[in-house]
Design a protein around this ligand. Structure first.
Ligand code: CTP
Ligand code: MG
Length: 229
């Protein structure tokens, strides 16, 4: 069996402050979420796509998937309070050997990086896309004082997709639930079990659309880099 994709899209887009959920905002006339889904639905090794939606938006998502002819959508399922709850639910619908989790709000992931992740996960079992950080990162205490400056050479900003053997990620999600551990990404749930996760170097286009200024950046990425993304 090949690869299943879980697309968490059940957030509320609060930081965007728009009157529709951010993933329905059009970019070049097409909703952000559709740009994202199109990156996966054309890949020969993708067998199943599960979209995790806010319960109130399942019907809209179904309509959009049909309208834009997105292939291989196995299910559109309700999400939960946190991103982690949404993905936990999405994972139960897959029957593939591998899984990639990718934010609905990241429409610019490149095909070459998806291929690299797919090759790597089949060898290693756990891999995330990331980029070296550009800024100097400081550890700052509660009182606002700098505690330390980690060496930038070893600091990476981690993105999605993150890809895993499905059995590994399911186990990691079960353990996190049991321990009431809430992580900010999928990899951290696997890391805490002592398993190794590799990083594939991606690029700075693969932004998560979060706040209004990201929309300006997104329009610009589409305009200047449309052949690549
Ligand atoms: N997500 C989800 N379920 C949640 C929360 C988030 O599926 N309970 C999804 C979002 O839809 C998004 C991705 O996880 O595609 C990354 O989350 P984020 O960028 O934080 O999106 P939102 O939670 O929608 O935005 P905000 O935090 O500003 O409300
Ligand atoms: Mg959020």
């Amino acid at each position: 069996m090949k690869c299943g994709i879980v697309i968490p899209a059940a957030g509320r887009g609060r930081r965007m402050g728009a009157n529709v959920n951010k993933q329905f905002i059009p970019l070049d006339g097409k909703p952000i979420l559709i740009h994202t889904l199109e990156k996966f639905s054309r890949l020969p090794w993708v067998d199943e796509i599960v979209i995790v939606s806010h319960p109130d938006e399942i019907t809209i998502m179904e309509q959009l998937v049909q309208q834009y002819g997105i292939q291989r959508v196995k299910a559109i399922v309700p999400g939960g309070k946190e991103r982690q709850d949404s993905i936990y639910n999405g994972l139960t619908f897959l029957e593939t050997e591998y899984v990639m989790v990718h934010d609905g709000a990241r429409p610019f992931v490149k095909q070459t990086h998806l291929e690299q992740l797919w090759q790597t996960v089949q060898k290693i079992g756990a891999v995330a896309l990331g980029v070296p950080v550009k800024d100097t990162i400081k550890i700052v205490d509660q009182d606002g004082f700098i505690q330390s400056t980690p060496d930038r050479k070893s600091l990476w900003a981690i993105q999605t997709p993150q890809a895993f053997r499905l059995s590994i990620l399911r186990m990691a999600y079960e353990e996190a639930k049991k321990d009431r551990f809430l992580g900010t990404d999928d990899s951290s749930l696997v890391e805490r079990l002592g398993m190794k996760v590799m990083v594939v170097e991606g690029d700075y286009h693969n932004i998560k659309i979060t706040t209004p200024e990201d929309l300006i950046l997104a329009e610009s990425i589409l305009k200047h880099w449309s052949e690549e993304v």
